[in-house]
Design a protein around this ligand. Structure first.
Ligand code: ADP
Length: 584
């Protein structure tokens, strides 16, 4: 039942994406379904008319008319293949896949960002993309129509033969039933096998993809784990193939048996027909119709069974796609936002999905417009999570983050984000041009070269004088940058946006501590009117901060100005002492 629903939903997606092609395709399959019946009936009529004409009672024009109809039916039947291939490739596949990609992109943009921290959701999104790469939706549509056309053709031609003589019934049963029963049983077994194999097959595909993933390759080589992964892939692949091989071996036996029944059915129906014609019980035309159609019916059954066997795996893919599309979307705030005077966090707590540990515990603080706040603390202490809560990217579990007294969840996020420039830890390394890499934060000014160069100079980027339109990225025959150079580009990008508030999450961790302190000091000088939240596990910049928040195990352990915290001789002082040698 669920499978039928998925097939129907696939139909609706294909119809929405490629209405014209889908309707045309439907018409061609209806024709493909009824043409064998028409050809069989015309063969019968044509041969009978010819026989009557030869015996002197017939009409020559009648033969011409039937011959033209017969030829036309054949011609249509052959041209259908070409028409179908054009409609399918350029109409159904291309358009449906394009629309599916767009749907995934739009849906992803509407999901709450916290969903990306949820591995189940992340997995589902990857599987939805697999649905596109495997052409599952158009295939489901086309295969099911093809099966439908075969069913129509088998039933209509069988009924036609029976209308000529009930004597055909045993021969039809002989050539259809064993084939059908065996194929249904084998098809069902194949479906079960494929269903069981889906997980292993996916894992094998995943491992296979690791071989072409450069990051994974580098890591696996340096850890010496290539052989382990290769072995794991080989074992899985071998197991999947061995199961398939066992199935095909068993299948070929039943196929052989079916072939014997097929031949017996075909030959005996012709012999029956021939004898009936000789005895005058059947007209000669029926013999012609029988010779053409019985084989046709048998071929249709083989075709139908093959495609029915393919359908289950595409149902699985389509199910993933619809599962992804039905994920809950982010609720959007509507309160207009046009800058702020203060941000206040009041007893904020937060846990990640699938985690029973609080990443942020009962945190309160106030940031005034124009302040520079440095959040320091060890790895895993909650700095990045806190920055995301400030931006309203995640909903707080308990407590609130308010901009001028308004809950961040209620604010119109698009307006809020226009006022914030963020350099996250894993910022984008866009394989575009240098110009695009800087100006992607404010594309309206992408041709303002002067400003782009200024921003690059402000972060001491020695390549500020490079050709701005030079392509970056080896995979596009472009220049490569080092980790530190990429970080300078990301900083330049945040300056280029000209936002009220900048949030930098360990933006200079690839630089040495002195260069980091120097660049960030320059950065603060140029953005002195802006609110700046800088996350770092190094304390070099704290001297310039209006407020320091020291995070420990998700809580604020200490807060205040540099001198206050040094004087306090607590956790911050220990950290400062431990790192002081870096700056001497
Ligand atoms: P920091 O920025 O100080 O290194 P984070 O804010 O990244 O720390 O992490 C705080 C805590 O939340 C850590 O214990 C970390 O393991 C956990 N955490 C971070 N991201 C996730 C996630 N996506 N899912 C579950 N736990 C997470």
């Amino acid at each position: 039942m669920k499978s039928i629903k998925i097939i129907l939903k696939s139909y609706s997606t294909v119809f929405r994406a490629a209405k014209g092609s889908a309707v045309l395709s439907f018409v061609t399959y209806v024709l493909a379904g009824i043409l064998p019946f028409i050809i069989a009936a015309l063969t019968n009529d044509l041969l009978n008319a010819a026989s009557e004409y030869l015996s002197g009672t017939g009409n020559r024009w009648m033969i011409y008319e039937l011959a033209i109809k017969f030829l036309a039916a054949y011609l249509i039947s052959y041209s259908l293949l070409t028409v179908q291939s054009v409609i399918e490739n350029y109409g159904i596949y291309e358009k449906t896949l394009h629309v599916m990609k767009r749907m995934i992109g739009e849906k992803t943009a509407r999901l709450a960002l916290i969903d990306f921290e949820n591995t189940d959701c992340y997995d589902l999104s990857k599987r939805a993309k697999n649905c596109v790469s495997s052409d599952a939706m158009p295939r489901l549509f086309l295969y099911s129509m093809r099966i439908g056309a075969n069913v129509v053709s088998v039933i209509s031609v069988s009924l036609l033969l029976i209308s000529y003589s009930y004597g055909f019934i045993p021969f039809i049963i002989l050539s259809i039933i064993p084939n059908l029963v065996s194929r249904i049983i084998r098809g069902n077994e194949f479906y079960q096998l494929k269903t069981c194999q889906v997980k292993d097959q996916r894992m094998a595909d995943y491992l296979w993809n690791l071989f072409s993933n450069s990051t994974a390759q580098k890591e696996m080589r340096s850890m010496g784990s290539c052989e382990y992964v290769t072995d794991k892939w080989k074992r899985l692949n071998f197991m999947v193939n061995r199961q398939l091989w066992a199935f095909y071996k068993q299948d070929s036996k039943s196929l052989f048996l079916c072939e014997l029944f097929n031949i017996a059915g075909y030959v005996s129906s012709i012999v029956f027909c021939f004898i009936s014609v000789m005895r005058g019980n059947l007209e000669i035309g029926v013999l012609g119709a029988c010779v053409i159609t019985v084989k046709n019916v048998q071929d249709s059954i083989v075709d139908m069974i093959y495609f029915a066997g393919e359908v289950p795996k595409y149902i699985k893919f389509a199910n993933d796609f619809f599962g992804f599309m039905s994920l809950k979307e982010e609720e959007k705030g509507t309160v207009p936002f046009d800058g702020f005077k203060s941000i206040e966090a009041d007893r904020v707590s937060f846990s990640y999905p699938n985690s029973n540990r609080s990443a942020i515990k009962d945190v309160s603080f106030k940031i005034r417009k124009g302040e520079t706040v440095v959040i320091v603390g060890e790895n895993g202490s909650g700095k990045t999570t806190l920055a995301k809560l400030i931006q309203g990217l995640y909903h707080t579990g308990n407590g609130t983050v308010k901009y001028d007294g308004i809950d961040v969840d209620d604010l119109d996020k698009y307006e809020l984000y226009r006022h914030i420039a963020v350099v996250p830890q894993n910022f984008g390394h866009y394989k575009l041009t240098l110009r695009e890499n800087v100006a992607i934060s404010d594309t309206d000014n992408i041709y303002n070269e002067k400003r782009i160069v200024e921003c690059l100079e402000r972060v001491d980027a020695e390549f500020a004088k490079n050709d701005l339109d030079e392509q970056i990225g080896r995979e596009f025959d472009g220049r490569e940058y080092s980790g530190g150079q990429w970080q300078r580009i990301a900083l330049a990008r945040s300056i280029f946006k000209d936002a009220d508030m900048v949030i930098l999450d360990e933006p200079t961790s690839a630089l040495d501590p002195v260069a980091e302190a120097e660049i960030l000091k320059n950065f603060l000088e140029i953005s002195h009117e802006k609110t700046a939240i800088i996350i770092s596990h190094r304390v070099g910049l704290c001297k310039y901060a209006d407020q320091i928040l020291l995070m420990k195990d998700g809580s604020i352990a200490e807060s205040g100005r540099f001198e206050e915290l040094v004087e306090k001789k607590g956790g911050f002082y220990d950290l400062y002492k431990a790192q002081a040698k870096w700056y001497q």
